[in-house]
Design a protein around this ligand. Sequence first.
Ligand code: PEP
Ligand code: MN
Length: 338
Amino acid sequence: MLVVMRQDATAEETRGVLAAVESRGLKAHSIPGAQRTAIGITGNPGPLDPALFESLPGVWEAIPVSHPYKLVSREVKPDDSIVPIGGVPVGAPGFVVVVGGPCAVESREQTLTIAAGVKAAGAHLLRGGAFKPRTSPYAFQGLGEEGLRILSEARDLTGLPIVTEAVDEASLDLVERYADAIQIGARNMQNFSLLKRAGRARKPIVLKRGLSATLEEFLMSAEYILSEGNYAVVLCERGVRTFADHSRNTLDLTVVPAVKQLSHLPILVDPSHGTGRRDRVAALSRAAVAVGADGVMIEVHDHPDRALSDGPQSITPEMFAQLVGGLKKVAAAIDRAL
Ligand code: PEP
Ligand code: MN
């Protein structure tokens, strides 16, 4: 249920509605808009009667929300959300954000070199995993807190805010302390207890699409985070499993306009995991910008052949600089800029 306040509703009338919602044991989410405030209601096991709220002072109308996801839907919030990550406004109109960095933080020297490279090429945010979800238990699992310290140093040196993954609740506690945004990876997209913890975090969340998640499942996972009170969520398409075996995953660019229609949340595209091949990353990045993504996330390594994870899809800082040049042209063609 969405309760839309009248344009001239007073703050006291809005507080009255919030109290009425909470007195029924439901959760109220205040959604300030350009014209008027709306209040999303969650926690009701079945449909609510609009008359319950339409009779309250200051209420314009109460609208049942037809989708299973509520707070992430455009029905509830028609305006695009802008999610600031360390001051970088992801989802701002006309702005395309570029996130670059290694798959994994491997060492201080490797991370600082790559961070300087992506900064010089025009990246806005630095990525890099300190906790790595690996298919094999024998593969490099990440440097843990030491990796987070290295990322903070890279941020101090370059000024780039950092995005890094949490793989469980313990690592989320740590990542929340060090990072500017917390990544929830594809493998954890439906780890509902982790999503709830992310919803209580005081940092923005970058939520990657699950390996075989439908759009509805993807949005429901984001809904978990918003329902706990964290509205700063950025979605990220990173490819899904299909029958196709010419690339690591099938990068589903069709999801971008579909997300834009159904949700107000910004969406990034990760063509590195989407293709698994460094020679295809630039082309799919350009396509992502052209289709309306709010930005791209790219894996960069100074020695991809020696990378401890995802070397085959990592591009060099030089290739990254070229890629950014190409993105600028595509962005300009659709009245956007990096
Ligand atoms: C990553 O970003 O390095 C990563 C592990 O991504 P995903 O969860 O999309 O596989
Ligand atoms: Mn990776």
